[in-house]
Structures are given as structure tokens and as C-alpha cells.
Write a protein that binds this ligand. Structure first.
Ligand code: PMP
Length: 407
């Protein structure tokens, strides 16, 4: 891919052009949430200013326009994931709600006492807790495949843990703490050989990698708009048509029914069956605009840019005495975690903030992974299409200040 014109890209993100604490903003908290380009902001305001209305059932002109734009967004998600059909795309609040939907509607009816759900030690809480909730109800349990010290999934151990009681594999495409890119196609091949379905938590995969759900071979793929330059509060679940068709509703309400009577109710086909109530209409439209914008820049170019930033950051951070990188997998996307001597990550975050550098500090909703590395928390810098090498230099300079302050 041709190198990106990062200055031209930055100019499309109004929020980046500001000072915080009297310093130019250096936004390196993209794994938590990304910023939004003008194209996305405009798509949302155009909807509210020009044609907003509730969707579906309306016969009037605005409702038709809103419905068309909403369904166009569904087609954009389909195309972004290379799914076979837009009917396989369910709009939800985000990755978390998507995983909860699969836990309740897909897994719960198939789960019996003694069954297992296989995850990995690097999962986000939203790819652990929903499984624990249904497991507790059914007397099943969540099993975690170990990772190596560099932060790669131990595939041999993973394969050994795929047992006769494994009912589902749930794995992150990319770790939000380590940046590790998991070998999803291989994981799927191992699981499918045993007839075990696989859910991929794509919250960090979708922003950094081109996703092709048919090539990955998984059964479900969940991601959030807000990490792919779209609005917060919306996301999508892709599920294979045959799974969605067999799944009972998750929530009841308007929009998900075929016919309601007090004698009994029948339900709409997917995806509407899983979209009870009025959705975030403008948000979904903004989501579609974000995917279109991302595609316009090019996922390959974005991935190459972020890979270069990640490699540069790893090299520069390694120059700082006492800094320990957490997560040094060979295949890494856009996320760098570290601890610095005895300095608490919250203190790192506070000093960096005074220098205008926004990073995330804490357990990153991955407490089992913190336990695995024997740390209570890390500092995490995460990159997006608009970040620059100069911003990494600013991060490194600020970290030297942290050292001065605390040594
Ligand atoms: N999984 C991973 C790997 C994540 O990074 C996140 C967001 N931090 C989530 C799941 C949850 O996404 P959301 O909060 O948008 O539902």
C-alpha cells in the first residue's frame, strides 16, 4: 500500500487540532476509543438536520429516507466484513452486547452441566463475563487457554483444551492490552475439526486489520463502531445465517415480531429478530459512514502505517531504562503496553497528561491478563491512522519526565 498522507488525514479530525494542558494534544488512547473524522460527524448531523425519522414501518418520506440510509449501513458492514449477506448483520450497542446476545441466544440453550467454553488468558472482560453468567446458570465452566510470556496464544495447549465438553470457543482477534494478533484461521480450523463453533471478539481486530469473516471461517464476529472511527453506542454482530435463524430472541419489544397476540407471539426473521426497540438510527448511519471512510483510506494502508508506528514505539520505549514491555508477540497490531520500574501506571498517566499525551492506564478490562503478568495495571499507548512518529517521540520524551520525577 502507498504511504498515507497523515497530515491530510489529521486535518479531517477536528478534535486533534487542540492544545491540552498548554501542549498539543497527542491522542494515544485509540484502543479505548477512536476519534471521528468530519465525514462521520457530517453523516450524523446530516441525518438529524435533514431526514431523521424512525425507521421501518413508516410510509412517509423521511421514514423512507432514514430506513434506506440505515439499511445502506447494514450493507456497508456486510461489505466491510465480506459477509455473504446483509441479513447476517445485527445492529447492537457494541461488542459487549453482541457477545451477550450470543451467550444468551446461541450458547445458553446448548449448554449443560459440565460443559466448557474455551477462551484465552488475554480476553477482555466482555469476552469472559457473559460466558461466566450463562455457565454459572447451567453448571458449566469457562476454561482459559494459556499464553506464552511474549503474549502469544499457546496453540498446543489450546488444542489440548478443545475437549468433548467444549461447546464454544471465544477468542479476541487482537488483544486490547498486548496487541497480539491471534491466528484466528488456525484456531477456527482446530475447533471446526471437532465441530465446535467459534466467536471472534473483533473489537480490536476491525480497526487494525482487514476482516474477511468467510476467510476466517468463524461462526460469529463482533465489533464496535467507536473503535473504527464511528460513534459510540453502536456496533454489529455478524453470525452465520443458519445460526441466527435457529436462535431465539434476546430481547422482546417492537420491531422484532411477526405477529403479536395474547395467545402467543411469532418473531421476525434475523436480523430484525434481534433488534428490539428503536435503534440508534443516526449512530448506525454514522457507523456506515465510518466504515466507508475507513475503506476509502484503505485497511492495508492503515495496517501498514500502524505497524510502522508500533515497531517504532517498541524500539523507542526499549531505550528507557527500567521500562518493561508487556506483549512482544511477533504479530502485533497498534497497541503497546508497559510498566516503568516502581512507578504506578496511574502516576505515569498523570504525568503524561500534563505533557498533553493521552494514554490509558489500569487493568484495561483484562484482570486475568494482569494476573498472568503479575502486575496490577499497565500503561498503554494505542495507535490509529492519524498518529505520527513525532507523537511517539512526544510520548517517549514525556516518559523521560516521568523518570526524572520519580527516580
Ligand atoms: N473486546 C475487546 C478486545 C475490547 O478492546 C473492547 C473494548 N475495550 C471490548 C471487547 C468491548 O467493546 P465495547 O465496550 O465497545 O462493547
Amino acid at each position: 500500500a502507498a504511504p498515507l498522507d497523515v497530515a491530510a488525514i489529521r486535518a479531517q479530525f477536528p478534535i486533534l487540532n487542540q492544545q491540552v494542558r498548554g501542549k498539543p494534544l497527542v491522542y494515544l488512547d485509540n484502543a479505548a476509543s477512536g476519534q471521528k473524522p468530519e465525514a462521520v460527524i457530517t453523516a450524523i448531523t446530516d441525518c438529524y438536520r435533514g431526514y431523521y425519522s424512525n425507521i421501518h414501518r413508516g410510509v412517509h418520506a423521511l421514514s423512507e429516507r432514514s430506513t434506506t440510509a440505515f439499511e445502506e449501513a447494514r450493507e456497508r458492514v456486510r461489505s466491510f466484513l465480506n459477509a455473504a449477506s446483509a441479513r447476517e448483520i445485527v445492529f447492537l450497542r457494541g461488542t459487549t452486547e453482541a457477545i451477550n446476545l450470543v451467550a444468551h441466544s446461541f450458547l445458553r440453550p446448548r449448554l449443560a452441566a459440565g460443559d466448557e467454553i474455551l477462551v484465552t488468558e488475554m480476553e477482555h472482560h466482555s469476552n469472559i463475563v457473559p460466558w461466566q453468567l450463562v455457565a454459572a446458570e447451567k453448571g458449566a465452566r469457562v476454561v482459559a487457554a494459556p499464553i506464552t510470556d511474549v503474549g502469544e496464544l499457546d496453540l498446543d495447549a489450546f488444542e489440548r483444551l478443545l475437549g468433548p465438553r467444549t461447546r464454544l470457543v471465544a477468542v479476541a482477534h487482537v488483544s486490547n492490552v498486548l496487541g497480539t494478533v491471534n491466528p484466528v484461521a488456525r484456531i477456527v480450523a482446530l475447533a471446526r475439526a471437532r465441530g465446535i463453533p467459534v466467536l471472534v471478539d473483533g473489537a480490536q481486530g476491525a480497526p487494525h486489520l482487514g476482516v474477511d469473516v468467510q476467510a476466517l471461517g468463524c461462526d460469529f464476529y463482533a465489533f464496535s463502531a467507536h473503535k473504527v472511527y464511528g460513534p459510540s453506542g453502536v456496533g454489529a454482530l455478524w453470525g452465520k445465517a443458519e445460526h441466527l435463524a435457529a436462535m431465539p430472541p434476546y430481547q422482546g419489544g417492537g420491531g422484532m415480531i411477526r405477529r403479536v397476540s395474547f395467545a402467543g407471539t411469532t418473531f421476525a426473521d434475523p436480523p430484525e429478530r434481534f433488534e428490539a426497540g428503536t435503534p440508534d438510527i443516526a449512530g448506525v448511519i454514522g457507523f456506515g459512514a465510518a466504515l466507508e471512510w475507513t475503506r476509502g483510506i484503505g485497511l492495508d494502508a492503515i495496517a501498514a502505517h500502524e505497524e510502522a508506528l508500533t515497531a517504532y514505539a517498541m524500539a523507542r520505549l526499549a531505550e528507557i531504562p527500567g521500562l518493561r514491555l508487556i506483549g512482544t508477540a511477533a504479530d502485533k497490531a497498534g497497541v503497546v503496553s508497559f510498566v516503568l520500574g516502581h512507578v504506578h501506571p496511574h502516576d505515569i498517566g498523570t504525568v503524561l497528561d500534563r505533557e498533553g499525551v493521552a494514554v490509558r492506564v489500569g487493568h484495561h478490562c483484562a484482570q486475568p491478563l494482569m494476573d498472568r503478568y503479575g502486575v496490577p495495571a499497565t500503561a498503554r499507548a494505542s495507535f490509529a491512522v492519524y498518529n505520527t512518529h513525532a507523537e511517539i517521540d512526544a510520548l517517549v520524551a514525556a516518559l523521560w519526565k516521568v523518570k526524572e520525577w520519580f527516580d
